[in-house]
Design a protein around this ligand. Structure first.
Ligand code: NAD
Ligand code: GLY
Length: 359
């Protein structure tokens, strides 16, 4: 097992990464000190992995909420049903919410933990690659609103993250690939050595070779933990983690959140950010080709849907990253060097959107 720490003074917490962690009962018991535990999972993950959690906490009071599977259930209505269970069981401020699942379960359970009785503890047990490298770390919790994704949420850090890499064995191929986009993102943001490492090992990582997959998860979490430690509330550096996301969110929104997985949309978003960066003189054509090839080898889509530049721009301007009416973009000076800016020529953005999304 490898352990990292998200350094946030008295709210610092460990990220444990390793094979078989779900079966290390003493580790789970130490990570979850509460007597009353609300286990939140979904109909796909619970039959596979909730048994191990139940066994570890056989001497505690565990109540389970099993959500239907899917992004459409990351809603205020579903959160309301989870609050009902907490209230019905008279759970107090010393209760703990344990999220067992991918980003959807983690975001919703975290949001419930942030709000219930003005905040109770929660622990993340992420079961998708995307959740292990991104959503379980950093304390962003949210549910969706019909008007937009993740619009209702709170920053609420978990008290620990337990990433058991063995659970990735049952993850569908497409979901694994979606997680790869976020891993590639970390290399692009701030570590060209990691990007080159991925170029070398992408086939093995994609083939779920245990040691290399763990290494990729570890380095991704390390980068995220460092950035969150510097800027928990996204007043500065944390926005770098949104590389590719503004374009990706436009794809997800324009296609109704069903056709494209979040990670797939982010993957194409990374390429669009790279192409715009090339237009602005940051990346070379060869750099952009490296990005395209790595995404392709990770099994990700590299062609944006033809949703139209105007529609893409309108979804981008509804994004949370708009400041004073201007979309702030994360761009690249080089592979491994991202920056955030609202200061770019509109024509360059417009031309890029037209080239990628169609007129
Ligand atoms: P997800 O939670 O929908 O999981 C993907 C699918 O895999 C689901 O069908 C799920 O049931 C299934 N699954 C999960 N673990 C499995 C396993 N081990 N074996 C078999 N099937 C398994 O999707 P996701 O990609 O994990 O998360 C996407 C969500 O995360 C989005 O809502 C996104 O907004 C959010 N997100 C949040 C943050 C953050 O910082 N909080 C960051 C990135 C993404
Ligand atoms: N996924 C972006 C962030 O956590 O800030």
């Amino acid at each position: 097992m490898q352990t990292l720490t998200v350094e946030l003074e008295d709210r610092s917490y460990p990220i444990n990464i390793g094979a078989g962690l779900l079966h290390q009962q003493s580790l789970l018991q130490a990570a979850v000190p509460a007597r009353d535990i609300l286990l939140v999972s979904n109909t796909t993950v619970a039959p596979l992995y909730a048994g191990a959690v139940r066994e570890a906490f056989a001497d505690r009071h565990v109540v389970e909420v099993i959500l239907p599977d899917g992004e459409q259930h990351k809603s205020l209505g579903m959160a309301g049903r989870v609050f009902d269970v907490l209230v019905a069981n008279r759970f107090g401020r010393d209760a703990l919410v344990l999220a067992l699942g991918g980003g959807v379960v983690g975001d919703l359970a975290g949001f419930v933990a942030a709000c219930y009785q003005r905040g109770v503890d929660f622990v993340q047990v992420p079961t998708t690659l995307l959740a292990q490298v991104d959503s379980s770390v950093g304390g962003k919790t949210a549910v969706n609103h019909p008007g937009g994704k993740n619009l209702i949420g709170a920053f609420h850090q978990p008290r620990g993250v337990l990433a058991d890499t063995d659970v990735l064995a049952t993850l569908p191929e497409r979901e694994l690939q979606a997680g790869m986009a976020e891993i590639i993102k970390y290399g692009l943001i701030c570590d060209r050595g990691f990007f080159a490492w991925l170029e070398k090992h992408i086939d093995a990582v994609r083939g779920r070779e245990a040691q290399l997959l763990s290494q990729a998860i570890y380095r991704s979490c390390q980068i995220k933990a460092q950035i969150v430690g510097r800027d928990e509330r996204e007043r500065g550096d944390r926005a770098l983690l949104n590389l590719g996301h503004t374009f990706g969110h436009a794809i997800e929104a324009a296609t109704g959140y069903v056709e494209w997985l979040h990670g797939e949309a982010v993957g194409v978003g990374l390429l669009i950010a790279a192409r715009l960066s090339q237009r602005l003189g940051g990346l070379t054509e060869q750099d952009v080709e490296r990005v395209r090839q790595l995404l392709e080898r990770a099994g990700l889509r590299t062609d944006a849907p033809r949703i139209g530049a105007a529609r893409a721009a309108s979804f981008m301007s509804a994004d949370k990253k708009v400041q004073a009416g201007r979309v702030r973009l994360v761009l690249l000076r080089a592979i491994g060097e991202a920056y955030v800016t609202g200061d770019y020529p509109d024509a360059a953005l417009q031309d890029t959107l037209q080239a990628q999304f169609g007129a």
